[in-house]
Design a protein around this ligand. Structure first.
Ligand SMILES: *[C@@H]1O[C@H](CO)[C@@H](O)[C@H](O)[C@H]1NC(C)=O
Ligand SMILES: *[C@@H]1O[C@H](CO)[C@@H](O)[C@H](O)[C@H]1NC(C)=O
Ligand SMILES: *[C@@H]1O[C@H](CO)[C@@H](O)[C@H](O)[C@H]1NC(C)=O
Ligand SMILES: *[C@@H]1O[C@H](CO)[C@@H](O)[C@H](O)[C@H]1NC(C)=O
Ligand SMILES: *[C@@H]1O[C@H](CO)[C@@H](O)[C@H](O)[C@H]1NC(C)=O
Ligand SMILES: *[C@@H]1O[C@H](CO)[C@@H](O)[C@H](O)[C@H]1NC(C)=O
Ligand SMILES: *[C@@H]1O[C@H](CO)[C@@H](O)[C@H](O)[C@H]1NC(C)=O
Length: 351
């Protein structure tokens, strides 16, 4: 009896704590009450809440049959203005050198109690000015890393855009990348923490392919990130690799989440793909998305790999994971329907 009582008390306290935590986050971030027309359609909203595969397949057909599909530049500028109230991607895309000095202590963004010190190597690689300062592009590709890309034949079309953003170091569908993101966890997962000589060599070869473009590493997000980033930075300096590092500002992820929350998209933590789309609205007139497909099967029922380059499983279906991929996907689909962006989930023409 006593044990049960104890359990009950612990459960209640946990629930209260969770509630307190989430309302706290909500208070800080939902400080504006803007809402876009695209998020107010009841049918679509219901679609967006339920991430079931069946519903999405139906949605996909809607997407691809739209012969009259066009970008809506009015909507695009409305969204850009709205996002600018939360973040200025030109500034938030990266911290800059003058904001830090070596030895400064930084708190991890999502792990406030943990800190790291800014090393000499990190400081020397932080850009002097934002890598996207004064930039604007007619068309941009944001390339996700779903296995849906594998047989898409979209490489040529992707490379043809004015600016190519890749949400993965493994850019095998098409060749060009102007802006590549790398999660620090990749260093551990794919390169064994760069402890061995051959792991270092294959990593160096990857970075050489970046060919003087930007490598964006969210190094300050969760504890332990810096350990791997320090190893990466040492290699870059030691081998004088031709790559421009960028590290997102400490407020970026909160600002992006805040924007989506005020539009009633209840994400826990935006995925890198959604971050990139949100940022790209600042610089790109027309945004084309490829390789966004968070489902284990395609519209015809064929299996799709979670990542096109490794064997990672679909753990983001679990509500315990940090991201809400199906919800994000529905949101992007909805934006596509309204001409705010172009989402390609099928094969590309001429392939
Ligand atoms: C999602 O859809 C499935 C079937 O399509 C249904 O069984 C389930 O109850 C729905 N979930 C919610 C939260 O609406
Ligand atoms: C473009 O979007 C705006 C804002 O949502 C809307 O008022 C307008 O009707 C749209 N134009 C077209 C051609 O769909
Ligand atoms: C960071 O630097 C401070 C002193 O500047 C030192 O006390 C602390 O141990 C350092 N932390 C780490 C993780 O190196
Ligand atoms: C950005 O543009 C402004 C005006 O358009 C100009 O004054 C400034 O020098 C430019 N900065 C860079 C880094 O090109
Ligand atoms: C590349 O873009 C140009 C116009 O910007 C277009 O005419 C051409 O068809 C495109 N090529 C491919 C392969 O998409
Ligand atoms: C590297 O970048 C330059 C300039 O952007 C480009 O002309 C060249 O083709 C690229 N090389 C490779 C191997 O991608
Ligand atoms: C490399 O990139 C920098 C900054 O983006 C640029 O100023 C420089 O011209 C590029 N070099 C080559 C060889 O493309």
């Amino acid at each position: 009896m006593q044990l049960k009582w104890k359990h009950w008390v612990i459960c209640t306290i946990s629930v209260l704590l969770i509630f307190y935590k989430s309302s706290d986050v909500g208070r800080n971030q939902v400080h504006q009450k803007t809402r876009l027309t695209w998020s107010s359609e009841p049918r679509i909203m219901r679609l967006m809440v339920n991430g079931s595969e069946k519903v999405v397949s139906g949605g996909l057909n809607d997407l691809d049959i739209g012969l009259e599909w066009k970008f809506n530049s009015t909507l695009i500028s409305m969204i850009r203005k709205d996002i600018l109230r939360f973040l200025d991607a030109e500034r938030d895309v990266s911290v800059i050198k003058s904001s830090f000095k070596p030895g400064d202590t930084i708190h991890y963004v999502l792990d406030r109690r943990r800190t790291f010190n800014v090393s000499q190597a990190l400081h020397s690689l932080i850009p002097e000015v934002s890598p996207l300062k004064n930039k604007s592009f007619k068309t941009c590709a944001v390339v996700g890393n779903s296995g849906i890309l594998l047989k898409s034949g979209c490489g040529k079309e992707i490379d043809n855009h004015s600016f190519v953003i890749r949400v993965s170091l493994f850019a095998d569908v098409g060749l060009r990348s102007d802006f590549t993101t790398m999660n620090p966890s990749v260093i551990q997962r794919v390169y064994g923490g760069l402890r061995e000589e051959d792991q270092q060599q294959s990593f160096i070869q990857r970075l050489q392919k970046l060919n003087n473009s930007t490598l964006w590493v969210p190094a300050f997000l969760v504890k332990g990130g810096m350990k791997y980033v320090d190893n990466v930075n040492k290699l870059i300096l030691q081998h004088k690799l031709n790559v421009h590092m960028a590290y997102p500002s400490l407020r970026l992820i909160h600002a992006v989440r805040g924007y989506w929350l005020t539009n009633k998209i209840h994400i826990k933590r935006p995925s890198t793909g959604l971050l990139m789309y949100t940022m790209a609205t600042r610089f790109c007139e027309q945004i084309y998305l490829y390789g966004f497909w968070p489902f284990p099967k395609d519209a015809l029922g064929n299996p799709v790999k979670y990542h096109y380059f490794d064997g990672l499983k679909y753990r983001y279906f679990s509500s315990a994971g940090p991201h809400r991929m199906p919800l994000e996907f529905k949101t992007l689909q909805n934006l596509h329907r309204n001409g705010a962006l172009k989402l390609t989930t099928s094969t590309c023409e001429g392939s």
